[in-house]
Design a protein around this ligand. Structure first.
Ligand code: GLU
Length: 443
């Protein structure tokens, strides 16, 4: 293994979905392309919103996608370590106590904005005397703590965005400790990244300004500043923010309700927003090959669920019976699989095909005489792929019907539906006995 190490750091406050699984996938592919280590870090410091069932679900989703991890940590287990670092920052004068309420802060922001100024915190907390602090405490206020940024340029070479520049004086000192004493994500994340030897932080571009502060926090704690890659956020097909419906398409739904193949998700999300073509890939190794952050565009990639289904169909059509056997409904054998797989977009489509074959089917018969005649012409066993055309041509000879008039009544009688897979494929699966019974419903 190289010393490259990166992490995926979800908060267990909900299920993984299309929006946030992309980071997990891209981070994994990057790490593997470098022969490095992948860490799963559960950001569960928000005790109220974090749930064990979500942590469990995140692990299930990652496992299903094949995104194995080499190291893992729960922030909840590391509170002592955070307290130690926080003490150090206080001693070094990099954390200072502030006593403003939410309302007071909102007023300050409003007044600055009203004067056309950026709403940067005025550092009033830094000016407080001990007597003033005692007074606040006597009123029952407890402090929140801010990190004192150095007023100097903060510049990094982002692996996706190129050079990114901030200046400490243009930023508010970030709050790192809430007034109930609990540390915020920022400080926990920075301490973890230092302690676990994270060399590359890959995350969404909504974290870019956080990164500027994290760099100074890392330096204040004596850590090595990692490399950063900020991925642009996915939008919907029209370029708008990923709607709740699309953005919240959970991996669990895609797996359990839609029956999608994990590689369809990997194929799409690993290439979306890059200069490489989106194509069906069969393995994570294939997807990790030639991984390069320079292929990622800064523009917002558009997510269209149709692409997912298109890729899924392609992947499905390459799978053998042995690949899918365990996931098929009862009564589907190898013949069945091979006959119907070219018609499938997703594995769950097979349920309706199985129903057409195995029944129960409610035959729809309008012209009883015609169906009766067709039943009498049913070829004898054994039935093969050619049975359909043999049957159809004898019906044609006998009745003079052709085209839709000829086959639609047969389809409706045999399947109960106007649309469906090729009858040439289905007929041998339905078999003579069942076919005859359905046709005889007219009798
Ligand atoms: N828990 C944070 C999030 O989900 C992690 C961000 C990061 O990668 O540092 O946004």
């Amino acid at each position: 293994m190289t010393n490259v190490k990166s992490r995926f750091a979800p908060s267990p406050t909900g299920r993984l979905h299309i929006g946030n699984i992309r980071t997990a996938i891209i981070t994994w592919l990057f790490v593997k392309s470098q022969g490095g280590e992948y860490m799963l870090r559960i950001d569960d410091t928000d005790r109220e919103r974090s749930k064990d069932e979500y942590t469990q679900a995140i692990k299930e989703d990652l496992t299903w996608l094949g995104l194995t991890w080499d190291d893992k940590a729960h922030q909840r287990d590391r509170e002592d370590r955070y307290a130690e670092c926080i003490e150090q920052l206080k001693k070094d004068g990099r954390l200072y106590a502030c006593y403003e309420t939410e309302e007071e802060l909102a007023l300050k922001r409003k007044s600055l904005l009203g004067r056309g100024l950026p709403p940067i915190y005025d550092r009033a907390g830094l000016e407080l005397s001990d007597a003033q602090k005692d007074k606040f405490e006597a009123e029952g206020r407890t402090p929140h703590w801010r990190f004192k940024l150095n007023h100097e340029p903060i510049i990094w070479n982002d692996l996706v965005r190129g050079e990114v520049a901030f200046h400490g004086k243009d930023m508010s000192d970030p709050v790192l400790i809430r007034n109930d004493g609990t540390p915020l994500y920022h400080i926990c994340s920075v301490i973890d990244d230092i302690d676990f030897g994270i060399t590359h932080v890959v995350r969404g571009e909504d974290h870019v300004s956080n990164t500027a502060a994290h760099i100074q926090m890392t330096e204040a704690l004596g850590g090595n500043v990692p490399n950063f890659a900020h991925l642009s956020l996915i939008t919907d097909a029209e370029g708008g923010k990923l709607s709740k419906r699309l953005g919240s398409l959970s991996i669990q739904e895609l797996r359990e309700n839609e029956g999608l193949e994990p590689m369809s998700i990997i194929s799409l999300l690993s290439r979306l927003g890059t200069s490489a073509p989106v194509e069906a890939m069969m393995s994570l190794e294939e997807a990790a090959k030639d991984f390069d952050f320079s292929k990622f565009s800064r523009g917002a990639p558009k997510f269209d669920p149709q692409d997912l289904y298109r890729l899924n169909a392609k992947i499905l059509h390459t799978l053998s019976y042995a690949d899918v056997k365990d996931r098929l409904p009862e009564g589907i054998d190898e013949n069945f699989w091979n006959a119907v797989k070219p018609n499938l977009e997703k594995l769950s489509d097979i349920d309706s095909l199985a129903q057409i074959v195995n029944g129960p089917v409610e035959p729809v018969i309008d012209d009883q005489d015609y169906i009766q005649e067709a039943a009498e012409l049913l070829p004898s066993d054994p039935w093969t792929k050619e049975t359909w055309s043999a049957w159809v041509s004898s019906i044609k000879d006998k009745t003079g019907r052709k085209g839709k008039d000829l086959f639609m009544p047969l389809r409706l009688a045999l399947t109960g539906q106007q649309h469906g897979p090729e009858l040439a494929d289905m007929l041998p699966l339905i078999g003579r006995e069942r076919a005859l019974n359905r046709l005889k419903k007219s009798a």
